[in-house]
Write a protein that binds this ligand. Structure first.
Ligand code: GUN
Ligand code: FE
Length: 455
């Protein structure tokens, strides 16, 4: 089919391309097969041909196409406590609120209710791909992958590993290291099977929660499993002072080098937070092709710090995307996380007005632009996952959100398109997202009532 409309897409981390009134030709398999601009000679014939076949959609006045967002770090079970429980630092937060909540996901019916609602909400928020932590329970983690598959979202899902008997509570951990590895392997096989029946893709992810929750043997075994099946890996890396110091004490090195020793820094690995990476750590990430999931809202609570995202992007060329970190972050919207990414980076920026003040404050070159934050939420996420998503380009999946700008404060007919783009990013709410498409399938239409999946 063919869609006619105006679209915005990153071409690299700094530059956004505007496709004005272009035709997007989508193949049977949901990929972009051609993009045709009005000057091209077959523009009119294509419109006519596809209109006759009833396979032509023209965007309404005020509607724009954005690539779907890629949430590069989210804890699906924590959806049940999102917006609450943010009064404690990481270690206490885990033990007081989060482990007791995640333990409840041994109940598959409870998991079904939470996961089903979360996936629907993310889609309505324009998130077309998500990299999920589930819980230690294999069966309910598989339910999450199935729900993504059924609802049409591209999901990368990890059964969480927490096998250290001392560090984790008895009521919530893997029973033994062997069982953690066996369950992970079975989970990988089950999701790879499910993927064969899922056009948009669901992928298993090797998921050591973070170094403090895992034994050396499970970390080693997980690195081997990731290599055996060539699958994605995710974990938390250098997130808080506490987590960072814990790893230093145990291994005498930073998380990055410790994870690498276990084969866990690969091209397909995504590490969340990374607020305390040294230059050597960043260099190692770049060399290994390992990505960083930047979670700016969550960092404000658990990092008490700002991840130096401009350094990662510009000085070290580390692949970087954006994560909501539900529920360390309170918003399921990547629009909100884009805004926070820009704001946090500006707070890190050198604040000195050289003409009137000699006090040194902040870091020069730390701030990122709105274009860069948009890149993180889209193309940067796609590159991090090594998947053809996050960009409007031939060979990429038709994963898009159609955003309605009519209720935004636009008062002039000749407002530049890049100004409208900025207003969309800063002011859109979920209600402004009219339609969401994933792999060429419409998965959300604001004007159609959602059909509830039966439990
Ligand atoms: N580190 C280990 N577990 C978690 C978690 O659930 N959330 C966050 N933000 N950090 C973690
Ligand atoms: Fe997290």
């Amino acid at each position: 089919f063919v869609v006619k409309g105006t679209a915005f897409s990153s071409i690299d981390s700094k530059n956004v391309k505007v496709f004005e009134n272009c035709l997007f030709c989508i193949s049977e398999t949901g990929m972009i097969s051609a993009i045709i601009s009005p000057e091209e000679k077959d523009y009119k014939t294509i419109i006519q041909e596809y209109s006759e076949k009833n396979k032509f959609q023209e965007l309404a006045q005020g509607q724009y196409i954005l690539p779907g967002f890629i949430d590069l770090h989210i804890h699906a079970p924590q959806w049940a406590q999102t917006g609450t429980a943010l009064d404690l630092p990481l270690y206490e937060w885990l033990n007081t609120y989060t482990f007791p909540l995640e333990a409840k996901f041994s109940d598959e019916q409870f998991a079904e209710r939470v996961y089903s609602d979360l996936v629907s909400q993310l889609i309505k928020n324009g998130t077309t791909t998500a990299l999920y932590f589930a819980t230690v329970h294999r069966k309910s983690s598989l339910r999450l992958a199935e729900i993504c598959s059924e609802k049409g979202q591209r999901g990368l899902v990890g059964k969480v590993v927490m096998d250290d008997q001392e560090q984790n509570p008895d009521y919530y951990r893997d029973a033994t290291t062997d069982e953690a590895l066996a369950e992970t392997e079975l989970f990988i096989q089950e999701v790879l099977e499910l993927n064969k029946r899922t056009p948009q893709g669901v992928y298993p992810v090797v998921t050591p929660r973070f170094i403090p929750s895992c034994t050396d043997n499970s970390l080693k075994g997980l690195g081997a499993l990731a290599a055996k099946y060539d699958v994605h890996i995710q974990s938390h890396c250098s997130e808080s002072d506490w987590a960072h110091s814990f790893v230093q004490e145990r291994f005498g090195k930073n998380d990055a080098f410790a994870l690498n020793d276990f084969g866990l820094l690969t091209e397909k690995a995504v590490m969340a937070h990374c607020g305390f990476l040294s230059d050597e750590d960043m260099d190692l990430f770049a060399k290994k092709g390992t990505a960083v999931a930047h979670c700016p809202i969550s960092n404000a609570y658990f990092g008490n710090a700002v991840t130096p995202i401009a350094r990662l992007l510009n000085d070290f060329q580390v692949e970087t995307g954006l994560g909501s970190d539900i529920s360390g972050g309170f918003s399921p919207s990547l629009f909100d996380n884009i805004r926070q990414a820009v704001m946090s980076s500006r707070m890190l920026e050198d604040g000195v007005d050289k003409d009137c003040c000699s006090e040194k404050r902040g870091v020069s070159g730390a701030s990122i632009t709105l274009n860069e934050a948009f890149y993180l939420a889209t193309a940067g996420g796609g590159e991090s996952l090594s998947l053809p998503i996050g960009k409007l380009e031939v060979g990429y999946a038709w994963d898009v959100q159609l955003v309605d700008s009519k209720k935004l404060p636009i008062f002039s007919k000749d407002e530049p398109l890049m100004t409208i783009f900025q207003k969309i990013l800063y002011l859109s709410r979920p209600e402004n997202i009219d339609e969401v498409w994933i792999q060429g399938e419409k998965v959300h239409d604001k004007n159609t009532k959602e059909v509830e999946v039966q439990a």
